[in-house]
Design a binder for this molecule. Structure first.
Ligand SMILES: NC(=O)c1ccc[n+]([C@@H]2O[C@H](COP(=O)([O-])OP(=O)(O)OC[C@H]3O[C@@H](n4cnc5c(N)ncnc54)[C@H](OP(=O)(O)O)[C@@H]3O)[C@@H](O)[C@H]2O)c1
Length: 248
């Protein structure tokens, strides 16, 4: 199969489209997905540079969010069948034509959502939702300040905060915070997925329901073919992206 391989730590220049072996058959609890589209995110930029908290050694296939069709199911998987179209979260490997993912990390696509939107929905919206509602304890009528508001997580954060009747102050292209009395709270979506998978699953269900009602909609900045992954990554580094980038 074709896959984008990170061949050394660095910038977009370390990425190469290669012919690589297909993944093994899915293990217990896993599905294999023929990936149709995937998101490229700032997290991928950090991972390529070896600056992310999860630091795989090159060579590796980057990419953690995708949409595609289930082509094989592992033992014990009852949630999906071959042919189902799913949004999938991968630890690595989404910049490829085939990828294995835990069935727990896959969801059906909300009604009315396009393939490209589904490819970038899960990660950004679940991060923004957890950050605002659970870590940030957002209540109706609160005033919320959103940094990086034009970015992949910023736009979902604006949509979710507005949906919960918050007053939103969105900031782009500046990091200067002069308002007194601000409380900073750490958030790590990976930590929620590991420690409280039941909350993560409930969050995803809530988000899928809201999206199916047309209340949440990913903003796609641009679509790139997989062969132009370096351009997509460079656009993230150059802060050109407003919303999300999709690799097809
Ligand atoms: N805690 C978690 O669980 C979690 C999960 C996922 C991602 N993240 C992190 O969240 C951050 C945002 O991710 P993302 O996917 O939204 O990235 P993104 O799509 O690249 O968006 C980042 C936004 O921040 C702005 N920005 C970039 N560099 C800046 C700087 N030096 N000073 C001020 N603003 C800057 C950018 O545009 P402007 O030029 O318009 O300001 C852009 O709108 C990343 O650091 C990512 O690693 C955290």
């Amino acid at each position: 199969m074709r896959a984008v391989v990170c061949e050394a730590f660095g910038g977009p220049e370390v990425l190469a489209l290669r012919e690589v072996p297909e993944p093994p058959p899915p293990g217990a609890g896993e599905v294999q997905v023929r990936i149709r589209a995937r998101g490229a995110q700032y997290v991928d930029v950090l991972m390529l540079a070896g600056k992310y908290q999860f630091r795989p050694e090159p060579p590796f296939i980057p990419g953690s969010e995708a949409v595609g069709d289930v082509v094989a199911i592992g033992p014990d998987v009852t949630r999906f069948k071959i042919g189902d179209r799913v949004m999938s979260r991968h630890r690595l490997g989404a910049f490829a034509e085939l990828g294995n993912a835990s069935a727990e990390n896959c969801d059906s696509i909300p009604a009315g959502m396009s393939l490209e939107e589904a490819a970038v929905f899960r990660g950004a919206y679940s991060t923004a939702y957890h950050a605002l509602l659970q870590r940030g304890r957002l209540k109706e009528g609160d005033r919320v300040l959103i940094h990086g508001a034009a970015g992949g997580i910023g736009i979902p954060a604006i949509q979710i905060a507005k949906l919960f009747d918050a007053e939103v102050i969105a900031i782009a292209s500046t990091n200067y915070l002069l308002i007194k009395g601000i409380e900073a709270i750490g958030v790590r979506i990976g930590g929620l997925n590991e420690a409280h998978p039941e909350i993560a699953a409930a969050n995803t269900k809530a988000l899928v329901d809201l999206a199916a009602q047309g209340k949440l909609k990913p903003r796609i900045w641009r679509r790139f073919p997989l062969s132009e992954v370096a351009e997509a990554v460079q656009a993230l580094i150059d802060r050109k992206v407003i919303g999300k980038v999709v690799l097809e």
